[in-house]
Design a protein around this ligand. Structure first.
Ligand SMILES: Nc1nc2c(c(=O)[nH]1)N[C@H]1C(S)=C(S)[C@@H](COP(=O)(O)O)O[C@H]1N2
Ligand SMILES: [Mo]
Length: 243
């Protein structure tokens, strides 16, 4: 199996601090992870073609590869050196999407939906970066429930909320959807629409694109304060990954 590293940059992106663990984190608040069906599938939709339903196993296996990457949450923590396995999103796009696209079709975005209702919307050009993975394994084991079983997106150069867990649908879109994105919890849905937490359309960590309008430096302490409790709570009883 071929394994690559996400980026040649060293150190952490601006405003991030490394944890020695990879906590379960996110917009689910206190909800348990969603129940994973026994034979999980992903619905794939491509403009102009009929939807198709792919078993997760069939999707990944023929194209399995490895990726070592750091993971950066917009609230300011990073988990380093995660060893993911899965299929590259660009490979999935080439193998599954492109053959179904009409020759003149213009596509702009990819919308990812999790079993818990969380959605992430990526510009196609960001999703097609060569370190974006549809991952089914982490650190040598199948993805655990708390990290996104059965399959999750991993986009290491974007803040964590883009890396949608528990994938059940991937939609390739011809334009930006007008609907608000789904969230894993009604409260976080409200929060994500509030003025202080507005998802950035690209969320590139190395550009510190934390927020659509507000400067990232202003938000660093606030995000840290708001999320510190959640990080502590999530870390209770969880052993460090290394060292
Ligand atoms: N389906 C789903 N995906 C999600 C979330 C979520 O709540 N539900 N939270 C996001 C956020 S904000 C982060 S930081 C990461 C956390 O991933 P982890 O729980 O594996 O650490 O998942 C992202 N993807
Ligand atoms: Mo996050």
């Amino acid at each position: 199996m071929v394994t690559t590293r996400s980026t040649s940059r060293t150190g952490l992106p601006p405003g991030q601090r490394a944890l020695d663990r990879f906590p379960r984190f996110g917009t689910h608040l206190d909800r348990p992870p969603p129940t994973v069906p026994e034979s999980p599938v992903v619905r794939v939709s491509v403009p102009g073609a009929e939807d198709l339903t792919l078993p997760v196993e069939e999707l990944v296996e023929p194209h399995r590869r490895g990726l070592t990457a750091d993971f950066h949450c917009v609230s300011g923590w990073s988990a380093t050196g995660l060893a993911w396995e899965g299929i590259g999103f660009a490979t999935f796009y080439r193998e599954v999407v492109e053959p179904r696209l009409a020759g003149d079709a213009e596509v702009t975005h990819a919308l990812f939906t999790g079993l818990d209702g969380h959605q992430s919307l990526l510009l196609l050009e960001d999703a097609l970066a060569d370190d974006v993975l549809l991952a089914d394994r982490l650190d040598g084991a199948p993805l655990r429930d708390d990290h996104g079983a059965p399959l999750r997106l991993v986009s290491p150069q974007q803040y964590g909320y883009m890396s949608c867990k528990h994938l059940c649908a991937i939609e390739i879109l011809a334009s930006k959807p007008s609907e608000a994105l789904g969230a894993a919890h009604p409260v976080s849905r409200a929060g994500l629409r509030g003025p202080l937490v507005v998802r950035h359309p690209r969320a590139r960590v190395w550009h510190e694109e934390r927020h659509t309008f507000l400067p990232a430096r202003l938000l660093r302490p606030l995000y840290r304060f708001v999320y510190q409790r959640a990080i502590r709570h999530g870390l209770a009883g969880e052993p460090p990954r290394r060292g």
